[in-house]
Design a protein around this ligand. Structure first.
Ligand code: S3P
Length: 173
């Protein structure tokens, strides 16, 4: 069994992709962004996939891609999309193949970090903050089920990556 991948979970705007890039660099690993892989494979943006085919089809693409990436057996740093934790199959795959690192973020920070972005179809509603609150509440139990959980509010990407590295050392000790 190869070394486990480091799998970043967390709500939209929690910094999974930015932290993942820094973490992978510090570890000399490859970085895989699940959403970017889905976009590449589908030849369409996340917005287009949601608009053309709906969330259910996106979720099935997401599960397929997660399986491909994790079962490939190479230990990597993997940033998942914020909703990847919803599926029990995805959660079980992540447990089998990875060390799960959750980036915890408050609604206030989410709203600040995604301000001006229009690539999150689930938050493209009038009351995005209320929608974010509902989704975070629904997903909290899944985000909490992680090997390492880091509060990211007010921290830089570098700070969060450094904290993860410390916690990984503790985990390995
Ligand atoms: C989603 C999060 C997005 C993307 C899609 C759905 C979600 O990824 O997968 O828009 O359900 O939380 P990020 O968390 O990288 O923004």
């Amino acid at each position: 069994m190869p070394e486990k991948s480091l799998i970043l979970t967390g709500f939209m705007g929690s910094g999974k992709s930015s932290v993942g890039v820094v973490l992978a660099k510090r570890l000399g690993s490859d970085f895989i962004d699940l959403d970017a892989e889905i976009v590449r494979a589908a030849g369409r943006s996340i917005n287009e996939i949601f608009a053309d085919e709906g969330e259910a089809v996106f979720r099935s693409m997401e599960s397929g891609m997660l399986k491909n990436v994790l079962a490939a057996g190479c230990a990597n740093v993997v940033a998942t999309g914020g909703g990847a934790v919803i599926s029990p199959e995805n959660r079980s795959l992540m447990r089998t193949y990875g060390i799960i690192i959750n980036l915890n973020v408050s609604i206030e920070q989410v709203m600040l970090r995604i301000r001006g972005c229009c690539d999150r179809p689930l938050l493209a509603v009038d009351d995005a903050s209320e929608r974010a609150r509902t989704l975070i509440n629904q997903r909290e139990q899944f985000y909490a089920d992680a090997d390492i959980r880091i509060d990211t509010d007010g921290k830089s990407v570098e700070d969060v990556a450094a904290e993860i590295l410390c916690r990984l050392k503790e985990l390995a000790a």
